[in-house]
Design a protein around this ligand. Sequence first.
Ligand code: G4P
Length: 528
Amino acid sequence: MSDPRSEAAKRRTFAIISHPDAGKTTLTEKFLLYGGALGKEAGAVKAKSGGRAATSDWMDLEQQRGISITSAALQFEYRDCIVNLLDTPGHRDFSEDTYRVLAAADAAVMVLDAAKGIEPQTLKLFEVCREREIPFLTFINKWDRPGLGPLELLDQIEETLIVEPTPVTWPVGIPGDFRGVIHQQTGEYTRFERTARGSTMAPEEIVSAEQAAIDDGEWWDTAQEEAELLREVGRVVDQKSFLACESTPVFFGSALTNFGIRFLLDGVVDLVPSPAPRVLADGGRRGIDEPFSGLVFKVQAGMDKAHRDRIAFIRVCSGVFERGMMVTAGESGRQFSSKYAQTLFGQDRDTVDTAYPGDILGFVNANDLRIGEAVYSDSPCEFPALPAFAPEFFMRARVLDTSKFKQFRKGIAQLDEEGAVQVLRDEDLGDQAPILAAVGQLQFEVATHRLENEFGAAIELTNTPYTIARKTDAESMPALRAMQGVDVLTRANGIHLALFESRYWMDRVLADHPDLTLERMVAEGGLG
Ligand code: G4P
């Protein structure tokens, strides 16, 4: 067993965020290729179309829809570091899930499609990043294809995200004829070569300025001038402003052809902060070398038909985890054995014997664990609550066959605990016809699919008039419930939500009754 401090110093724990199709799955696969986790050939993490059975695509529905809903945690070694990569759902409808995953990450890599730049859908994920104060690197992908100019992309990042882009690499060639990159710190020009289907690492050659001028002519001149100009105006990586989320180091590349992947991985190792003492609910910090503690950031069931179980994902925050140790769950003080702790590599599971700060554990069938909860050995701790996410869609759910009510009840309780959808009950009506509240419509599809297939309780969903919610409390409840166009419902965790038919109506209630509690939640107002 090693010392947690030196092991933590080796860890880089980050998540990739992107809009669908920007290349997150491909990039994940290439990270694993460069990290040596796939042997010499890419192809283990695959995607959806063309029969690709993704390591990170577990659910049937994901495969049918060709989207990534669940999150995988992958670990590999690169240089002298251990990299923990957290996959996040690409679709904005699952940004609440992304938010929870980011609670377990120390940084993010934002992937942009060079032809599209920042798409409206990306903004929400980015806002989530900003809300959590997660520093992020930007990877401009698909440079092998025609797209926007590099300076134009930098402008977009700056204007839309209000973050200063600081290029680490600068592309030589035009989108569509990508030759290589200039490394801004060393000034070196690295030229890449394609390999068949990008299945092996792209051969690299450092080219002298004289040779580049001969081979790449005008493209070299332009790239060099731009790169120099950017250095002159101070557009260079600055660790302090990166950590403060005021700047983002930018990399150009192509995940498909492996161009620029090594530089990006080097950037992850050099720039992403290693795990630091974790802030506690009481404002103190849990030191890296204190006894084992971890944060439950995700609970997921139905990941794999072969193992119909439920996994709680835990990020180790302090100390050393050893399999078999007795672990206590923060809220309830319940103890459980960690005999079945696992690491997860897509569908493959391995038992884990030891884990250090920054690592991700999967606790199988630790059914009582709740998202946001702390687990620990020896000395208790509590992390700040994960803030509630503002739902934007509200549908009433009823079980179609009333003889399946028990299954329905069990199913919605579980979906609520996992955070797959928020289940809001009227205290007088109980579970008869709860309202399912979601950040995006696709969450309803997942809930319906899972209730039917996993729990045997087919449901019908009907529209409700509600469009916006605020957190309220027991004192404000009677007054709000007496009003027209407002309802107050309660989640299983005791949180009361006031639902309004329109923002206009909510603003009026707020103006007329300043005494009532109506708290904003994260990402209210449909950012993006
Ligand atoms: P996602 O996880 O963010 O949704 O994106 P994914 O990696 O699945 O990539 C989406 C599409 O973009 C895929 O094409 C993929 O091959 C392509 N792609 C990813 N990176 C690059 C790149 O650097 N250059 C180019 N030209 N294309 C890239 P597809 O047609 O959906 O799948 P496939 O038929 O290629 O497998």
